[in-house]
Design a protein around this ligand. Sequence first.
Ligand code: NAD
Length: 368
Amino acid sequence: MANPSILILAGDGIGPEVMGEVKKIITWYGDKRGLSFDVSEDLVGGCAYDAHGTPLTDATMAKAQEVDAVLLGAVGGPKYDKLDFSVKPERGLLRLRKEMDLYANLRPAQCFDALADFSSLKKDVVAGLDIMIVRELTSGVYFGEPRGIHKEGNERVGINTQRYTESEIARVARSAFELARKRNNKVCSMEKANVMESGILWRDVVQEIHDAEYPDVELSHMYADAGAMQLTRWPKQFDVIVTDNLFGDLLSDLAAMLTGSLGMLPSASLGAPMANGRPKALYEPVHGSAPDIAGQGKANPIACILSFAMALRYSFSELAEADRLEKAVEKVLADGLRTADLMGPDGGTPVSTSDMGDAIIAALDASL
Ligand code: NAD
């Protein structure tokens, strides 16, 4: 059988630096675990604009549609700030998300014990936290019509429309239930069914999909405002949270920051299953291209490495190997290794981007 395929789009700024560490780890899996991937690389963002006059060529887009998973670094930088909107680096990323129809955005909030002091919450509230927010990404109030600003009499009126079809709710609900089955088997769905009709439909459809297809998964419903309170009060009560585009935007940022540094946060965006059963998938760190530290060996590669761990889990169903990689990250943090962004009250040993990658590989070796 052919090896699973990965397209690497490292992008701009620290993107290539952090992706360099992921490439070492991909090689390690081939050498040490017999888990080989067909890896190809291409350009996205500012570097693609420099080479081709567009942030994403049609040929790269076509490749992204064919592979089993896309790994993306980051795009953008001051050099490109004055470009026309249509060719800005971010347009490349938006085109990928749109044309691959990546409707489920997965943002884990995971707190490694060694970094529990970085949170603004008390240590016992966040230590050991491991939850997943699934945000609907392609519909809802950011896309609904009518929208715009128009004049009514003497004043302007701004309009956006929250609109969800049953099928849009059903497919993201299925993503959440499937994920829960690979985790702790619990889903909490959040909306505002008390004041919004779209929320009533959301609640009904999630419940229907649950009853018909996933009765083994524990399902609860919560109003999104109460959900925000519960996330800061006792986040460990949750496993998977599924919510719409707007509430997901807010709740995933809130949950992510429970755990500390931007350099630690991975993400995945998943679409419909392909012919081989794997979902269309793009994995990327939450952070941007960090032009302030690019080229200095200061970037923390862990967000990008944990994004690859998500690919192992959600695209390649290598759950034990994903655990192995996450444990290796946990080990180097427990050993006190710290890139500059993680230097906190506990001191620690300062390391460069590549030192951090090498230490994670040493921890992988030690796990065999
Ligand atoms: P940013 O995430 O690039 O950086 C914010 C701060 O966090 C900076 O101080 C940076 O040094 C630090 N940081 C980020 N990632 C880090 C890491 N891995 N290790 C250590 N420190 C890290 O956000 P920004 O400064 O607002 O944006 C910079 C550029 O990135 C802009 O062009 C923006 O449009 C782009 N951007 C791209 C993406 C993406 O590619 N998905 C996301 C956000 C921003």
